[in-house]
Design a protein around this ligand. Sequence first.
Ligand SMILES: C[S@@+](CC[C@H](N)C(=O)[O-])C[C@H]1O[C@@H](n2cnc3c(N)ncnc32)[C@H](O)[C@@H]1O
Ligand code: SF4
Ligand code: SF4
Length: 301
Amino acid sequence: MRIVIWNIDFKCNLLCKGCNAFQGNELFPRDKIDDFIDEMKYNKVKVVSVTGGEPTLHPDLPKIMKTLKEKGFFTHIATNGTNKYMLEKISPYLDAATISLDSHIPELHNEYRGRKIFDIVVDTMKFLKPRVKVLTSNMLVTNFNYDKINEYAEFVNKEIGVPVSMCFPDNTAYYYERVPVEKEQIKAAFKYASENYKQHKFGNTKSFYEEAVLWLENKEVSRCRAGQEVFYADYRGNVYPCFYKTDVKLNETRKWKIYDNNCNACFIQCFREPSIKKPIEQAKLIAGIYLYNRRSDSRAR
Ligand SMILES: C[S@@+](CC[C@H](N)C(=O)[O-])C[C@H]1O[C@@H](n2cnc3c(N)ncnc32)[C@H](O)[C@@H]1O
Ligand code: SF4
Ligand code: SF4
């Protein structure tokens, strides 16, 4: 099933230590929205994950989401959760969302994100949960949270009623020297998730956590299908295999080229999780999250 990660803007209202989007001020142009959505349809894309920068800062986000939904896409947004107003506006057109929360300890999340937003983000999650089919929290695994997955999962599962998704940190594309994280720390986090998969509710497949550990041990993992099943589109409407292969433009013509992918350079969640060919495990995960979000015994409701 073809997925596009669509980066609709390069601007942000936060100052995360591992990202530089707040330095930019670029928006996907309004007059190209319809054409680009038609282009995705023509190329048989089924799922569009809207991201950024912070996508809720794009003034045309409601038009983007409405058009995607009207054209029959499964829609997802990745957001920092600070713009409840915009999320409410687009919720009729939204199937799924992940909201970034890097720690259950308010001071740690706030310090990493550069603003006092913890309470706002938790409130947004509780607000959005009944309005979308699938909602997860998204934690960037890094040096201040890798050893606290247990407590973090307890918090988001029990207090908010959402599963935990885990971002594999990339240390090349972002300004990473501000949050140095050791390979062994990343491994400890993903190992904990795979070994305690039944103890908490997670938002990734067990296979993703297992393969993350294998990848860190230089062992064999599923081949990356970025540029084949998963694509990256930027705020200019260029389509590439992934965030890093921006020298390989796939939409020189309306019909996209397919990338001859033999790359194993990263294990980033957006591209590697969907590359694992386990459709039944993935379908069960989505159905499980749907039911989990709706559990009547969740204290968060
Ligand atoms: C780039 S953000 C865009 C969406 C939104 N602004 C947000 O923060 O959720 C998407 C995800 O990438 C994660 N991210 C940020 N820096 C990263 C890094 N160095 N490596 C991997 N993921 C990173 C964020 O934590 C977030 O969960
Ligand atoms: S990770 Fe998201 S919220 Fe943080 S600066 Fe980057 S785009 Fe903004
Ligand atoms: S392994 Fe990483 S860098 Fe290589 S194609 Fe896949 S997503 Fe891109």
